[in-house]
Design a protein around this ligand. Sequence first.
Ligand code: SAH
Length: 208
Amino acid sequence: MVTRLKERGITDTRLLAAMQKLPRQWFCPDTLLDTLLYDIDRAIAIDCGQTISKPYTVAWQTQLLELAPGMTVLEVGTGSGYQTAILCEMGARVYTVERQSVLFRKTKALLASLHYTARCFLGDCFNGLPEMKDFQYDRILVTCGAPMLPEGLMKMLKTGGLMVIPVGEEGNQKMCRVLKNGESPETWQIEELGDANFVPMLEGKNFE
Ligand code: SAH
């Protein structure tokens, strides 16, 4: 898997080491063959009609974050926890939010059993979470497709920070990286980096 990721332009050595080390099967339904698990272009269905992103997409989004150890990262869309664990392996201090209660409970327990210290929250993080509103993060990683750039979430990014987020309606999403130069939206630098295909970012908590 790591060889193929390198061939496709992934160069971040700490990211590649984390992906080499972490077995993806810990986060997937346990009936899958290795050929499917380590196909870098295959998303896999998990509970609640959601998916664990393709390994290439996990690598692409993570590389775009330009992470350094010790940075605080807010992940929107915990899902299986695979991406969360990669961020932890890279030395980030991770806060992750999921709106599906089934996934939230299952993944929080899984990450704890693997001794990852990511803080897991249940809720709709479209505009940030009320319980986290006074905190700003070095990086924000959104793993579901947002209809437009969520300004409430941008408020939770530090000045100088980066957010990586797929933006657009289903079928027409672009991967975007936003550099926050200041509080006012006119100062935000948005790079469009290619097509993306994520499950939609939805509003509200889903308690079953
Ligand atoms: N990072 C995940 C990808 C999961 S798919 C992984 O590696 O497995 C995206 C997830 O985003 C889904 O679990 C979905 O329920 C969640 N999601 C969608 N809208 C959300 C919102 N507004 N707030 C928090 N999570 C959301």
